[in-house]
Design a protein. Sequence first.
Length: 74
Amino acid sequence: MSLSENLRLPKPCPVCGSHNMRVPSTHNPDEKVHCASCRTYICLYSDAMAMLEKEPRSEEERLIEDVVNRDDRS
Ligand SMILES: [Zn+2]
């Protein structure tokens, strides 16, 4: 039973460069966020959330754009 979930952070892991992190599913601000690949401690969950709030959602916007562009079946 896994009590954590994946989260993509704008800041990469200092050890392996991965952006995929494991965060506790409890979403407790005092819980620790670890790298999903090498399990290095990255930061606290509250720090990760602050990081994500600052980061513009460029990737999500690009995905929406892709969906719109794909709609030109002629
Ligand atoms: Zn790592």
